[in-house]
Design a protein around this ligand. Structure first.
Ligand SMILES: Nc1ncnc2c1ncn2[C@@H]1O[C@H](COP(=O)(O)OP(=O)(O)O)[C@@H](O)[C@H]1O
Ligand SMILES: [Mg+2]
Length: 173
């Protein structure tokens, strides 16, 4: 049973390719035979929309089986995983209510580590090779939760002198 590697995609600039990169890397890893869990940490639901239709995404966002309720109630995330139509690729869906998660966490003890604790059982199960976390374009308490739950942070940026994007991965563990 190998170690689950957890990578988040963060940048406080919106439209910088976080969700697209997270979805594409997740999909490619799954086609290579790796077992991948995607976590949609953004209230804009774009990661979920990469793999499900709008109606399904909105239904998941309106249900109680999404990241918002799991984090607010400090639940084990195992029960919040849904299968995507693709082999080896699962998702924990988000909700537009994620916009208020920082208010909900504000009074909680060790609030930066709530997501990390919620993912503990999934990581310990060895069910996934990779957990990929998409983030909103902010650097507040919720993104801090995502950083604290991650082994690596991937920041996408465009090199000043070239037309290509460069993908540095910094270890933050
Ligand atoms: N490599 C790329 N080339 C062209 N367009 C891209 C590329 N990566 C992302 N995009 C487009 O840029 C827009 C913003 O990307 P997105 O991943 O939603 O950004 P973020 O999650 O950082 O807000 C989307 O319309 C997406 O399709
Ligand atoms: Mg996004």
């Amino acid at each position: 049973m190998g170690k689950t590697v957890t990578i988040c995609f963060a940048n406080n600039k919106g439209g910088s390719g976080k969700s697209t990169t997270c979805a594409n890397i997740g999909y490619v890893l799954s086609t290579m035979g790796y077992r991948v869990l995607l976590v949609d940490g953004d209230m804009q639901l774009n990661l979920s929309l990469s793999f499900f239709g709008e109606e399904e995404v909105l239904d998941m966002a309106k249900s109680e089986k999404n990241l918002y309720y799991a984090i607010r109630d400090q639940k084990d995330l195992t029960d919040y995983v849904v299968s995507t139509p693709y082999e080896n690729l699962d998702l924990i869906p988000s909700s537009t209510l994620m916009s208020q998660i920082e208010f909900d966490l504000f009074t909680k003890w060790q609030r930066e580590f709530i997501l990390r604790k919620s993912l503990e059982n999934i990581k310990a199960s060895g069910k996934y090779d990779f957990i990929l976390l998409d983030t909103p374009p902010t650097l507040g308490g919720w993104v801090m939760n995502i950083l604290c739950a991650s082994d690596y942070l991937l920041i996408r940026w465009r090199h000043r002198r070239g037309a290509c994007s460069v993908w540095p991965i910094c270890s933050i563990s």
